[in-house]
Design a protein. Structure first.
Length: 392
């Protein structure tokens, strides 16, 4: 589906309306699942669970999301984008309503699974629809769409701060569910695309054999999994860790917001830099910056030192994905690029989702400092693997 340039409007007309609603949907999905982190201390206290069990709940959300990355890619090629987007938004809304009323830890985990499925169905068809709508302005459209995820992270920090000041943690999730249902309704009304259901052959074996059969891709996948493990650990437990360091809830949630504010700037800057310097050197370089900043975070004891360390850590950590994803795209055969990236995302996000459980369990039996120090090792190992095994 191609459009003439005058039809490709970023903010008005059919394409602008759909870009807005798809991006709002992504921002809200991110805000919802990421707001679990700043509320985690309150949730664990209320449901009377350990930090390990709290971490496992975050792993469930992201693990379920990871499993769906590959099938949602295949499905979005065969069914209509609207079918998957409306289904994803509606399922996630049901999951958030479940969290808001969950009387027990098991009910909370059930809600987490439903959220993971809903969010997992969304990003691939969303990116597919942005590609369908924009050809000449595709880069700018993707910039706006992916940036909405960072807006979601900043919103999550705000939700955590405001909700805990005026109500219990449960109050955070019902408004998100209602907003998601409104977005689903707008998408249903505005999209010209119909609904489609059909049987789809996922061809899982072929894709995984292809990417795991190339030694260089195996090593790059291992490096990305170590990165994802660190990212999930940090986003899952940063506010809780800073509270354990006896910093105020405001500093803890401001640090969480800072991750995404810095990320919104670091991603496009790093993406542009990756077009000019070798990606095989830039990717490991930014990981070393993140590792050094993480050491600073563990040692930091004042609010100013903490915010500085988090800012540098975020710059290094969030400069990595645009560089590494472009590097991977250079390595895949053109005819199976979408499926290959979806399969790799399933693996590295799946392994990464274990990060929150790791931090929770280590904090339960040792302490948070030890858990976060372990992440420094993950970043340095990931950097070393790219330099020694991942470069052609």
């Amino acid at each position: 589906m191609s459009h003439s340039t005058d039809e490709e409007r970023l903010f008005r007309g059919y394409s602008g309306r759909l870009l807005l609603v798809i991006s709002l949907g992504w921002a809200l999905l991110q805000a919802g699942r990421l707001s679990i982190s700043p509320l985690l201390t309150a949730i664990a206290g209320d449901l009377q669970i350990s930090s390990g069990a709290a971490g496992f709940a975050i792993t469930v959300v992201w693990g379920t999301y990871a499993i769906l990355q590959y099938p949602s890619g295949r499905l979005s090629d065969r069914l209509s984008r609207t079918t998957l987007l409306v289904a994803g938004l509606s399922l996630a809304a049901v999951g958030f309503l479940t969290l808001s009323a969950a009387p027990t830890y098991l009910a909370f985990l059930f809600g987490a699974v439903v959220i993971g499925v809903g969010v997992g169905l969304y990003p691939t068809p969303a990116r597919g629809m942005v590609s369908d709508l924009f050809v000449t302005k595709r880069g700018r459209a993707f910039g706006l769409h992916t940036g909405s995820g960072d807006v979601g992270g900043i919103l999550a920090a705000g939700i955590g701060t405001v909700v805990l000041a005026v109500a219990t943690w449960r109050a955070a999730f019902a408004p998100i569910a209602i907003a998601l249902l409104l977005i689903a309704l707008l998408l249903h009304v505005w999209s010209n695309e119909g609904y489609e259901l059909a049987k789809v052959d996922l061809a899982v074996g072929d894709t995984f054999r292809r990417i795991l059969g190339v030694p260089r891709l195996r090593w790059l996948l291992f490096a990305y999994a170590l990165y994802a493990f660190t990212w999930q650990s940090a986003t899952g437990f940063l506010p809780t860790y800073l509270r354990a360091k006896e910093l105020s809830p405001v500093v803890a949630n401001a640090s969480f917001a800072l991750l995404f504010v810095v990320g919104a700037v670091a991603k496009p800057v790093a993406g542009g830099l990756g077009d000019r310097v070798p990606r095989g050197l830039l990717a490991p370089g930014v990981l070393v910056v993140a590792a050094v900043a993480l050491v600073g975070l563990v040692l930091a004891s004042t609010p100013a030192a903490t915010l500085l360390a988090v800012g540098v850590f975020a710059a290094g950590l969030l400069a990595y994905p645009p560089v590494m994803q472009a590097y991977l795209m250079d390595s895949f055969p053109g005819d199976s690029m979408g499926g290959d990236l979806g399969a790799m995302r399933s693996v590295y996000i799946g392994i990464g989702s274990l990060g929150a459980t790791y931090v929770g369990v280590v904090a339960q039996y040792v302490d948070y400092d030890t858990a976060f120090t372990g992440l420094v090792g993950c970043l340095l190992l990931s950097s070393a693997v790219i330099v020694l095994r991942g470069r052609e």
